[in-house]
Design a protein around this ligand. Structure first.
Ligand code: NAD
Ligand code: TYD
Length: 341
């Protein structure tokens, strides 16, 4: 089987490549990535000596390129990770999110419709449901929760989900969708909460907490997300949406305090900065459906996974130091200077 994995040089995509290498040794793994600021070929270094692997650089919203790729590579299964993924960036440049996360998905779906496919799997997010109040810990997102996105990022992801489902109903393209909570682990770009706070703590830089730090995220170790995606893409029912999460809700301050403790730094590094516009209060997934229907189980608790992740960032300093020393510094100065005094 030929499996096309888009966005493969990013955080979750690269972790998924390593997962698939073990799980599908006889299948051809075709990694596609535009290599935006978030895509890094170094993330795929461990794939290079694997015979059933190739990397192709390209943009999922480039129609001619995608059609040619489908003609040449004849993918049986497409798993789409490619997206602009950072909420903060979507508040300053929404258009790039519309191009990658909506137009790009539309082009992939058209290619699937024209060239034929066994499965198109869309990697979506729990952020399509909007947020939950902080004072109702009894509430969780289920697959029936109405879509109610808050940011340009999540609105574009919700649009992609609707497009995918419409291509099943109208053109019979076999699609499936997973909506996962916040991931953490190796190779996450240091603009997201956990790697940014680790890098700042290690460098004795201030840790910028948005608002009062009491917003809640439901953290899932990236390996547990990979196992859920593989299960749904190959064993899940066509047309179904599956929520993915492991009941690991923590406030941002709880996560930050753990990072400070593990890196041996003091709480004086914490600094409260202007809140993110439209900041979602709480995400919390009810994963009952994927557990019941497909037997998926998360394997890593957040305290254990966070320790492992901190260790990975400490052992792989050159990976993130290279990133934060380049173009990323301009983003950081803009975002945390002009927008967040
Ligand atoms: P990431 O930003 O680390 O990686 C995205 C990758 O997509 C990058 O390698 C980038 O170069 C590539 N890309 C962007 N636009 C492209 C285009 N037009 N054509 C081809 N490649 C393109 O993001 P991530 O955290 O790995 O997220 C991967 C997917 O998982 C996204 O679709 C995201 O919405 C979803 N997701 C992420 C999380 C999370 O916590 N990180 C949670 C749930 C769902
Ligand atoms: P993030 O990692 O950007 O993921 P998402 O917004 O998709 O959930 O942010 C996680 C939480 O951390 C979110 O509530 C915003 C907060 N946050 C900060 O307080 N400071 C920061 O510098 C960043 C990047 C995030």
């Amino acid at each position: 089987m030929n499996i096309l994995i888009t966005g493969a040089a990013g955080f979750i995509g690269s972790n998924f490549m390593y997962y698939m290498k073990e799980k599908h040794p006889d299948d051809m793994l075709i990694a596609l990535d535009k290599l935006t600021y978030a895509g890094n070929l170094k993330n795929l270094k461990g794939m290079e000596d694997y015979p059933n692997y190739k990397f192709i650089k390209g943009d999922i919203s480039d129609r001619a390129f995608i059609y040619k790729l489908f003609e040449d590579e004849k993918p049986d299964v497409v798993i789409n990770f490619a997206a602009e993924s950072h909420v903060d960036r979507s508040t300053v440049d929404p258009e790039s999110f519309m191009n990658a996360n909506v137009v790009g998905v539309g082009v992939l779906l058209d290619a699937c419709r024209i060239y034929g496919i066994k499965r198109f799997h869309q990697v979506s997010t729990d952020e399509v449901y909007g947020d939950l109040p902080l004072d109702r810990p009894d509430l969780f997102f289920t697959e029936d929760t109405p879509l109610h996105a808050s940011s340009p990022y999540s609105a574009c992801k919700a649009s992609a989900d609707l497009l995918a489902l419409s291509y099943l109903r109208t053109f019979n393209v076999p699609v499936s969708i997973t909506r996962c909570s916040n991931n953490y682990g190796a190779y996450q770009f240091p603009e997201k909460l956990i790697p940014l706070m680790i890098a700042n703590a290690v460098n004795d830089k201030k840790l910028p907490v948005y608002g009062n730090g009491l917003n809640v995220r439901d953290w899932l170790y990236v390996g547990d997300h990979c196992s859920a995606i593989e299960l749904v893409a190959f064993k899940g029912k066509v047309g179904e949406v599956y929520n993915v999460g492991g009941h690991n809700e923590r406030t941002n301050l709880e996560i930050i305090r753990t990072i400070l403790k593990e890196t041996g730094k003091g709480e004086d590094l914490i600094t409260y900065v202007t809140d993110r516009p439209g900041h979602d209060r709480r995400y919390a997934i009810d994963p009952a459906k994927i557990m019941r229907d497909l037997g998926w189980e998360p394997t890593v608790k957040v305290e254990e996974g966070l320790k492992e992740t901190i260790k990975w960032y400490l052992d792989n300093r050159s990976w993130w130091e290279e990133i934060i020393s380049g173009e990323y510094q301009n983003y950081y100065d803009e975002m945390y200077g002009k927008y967040r005094k």
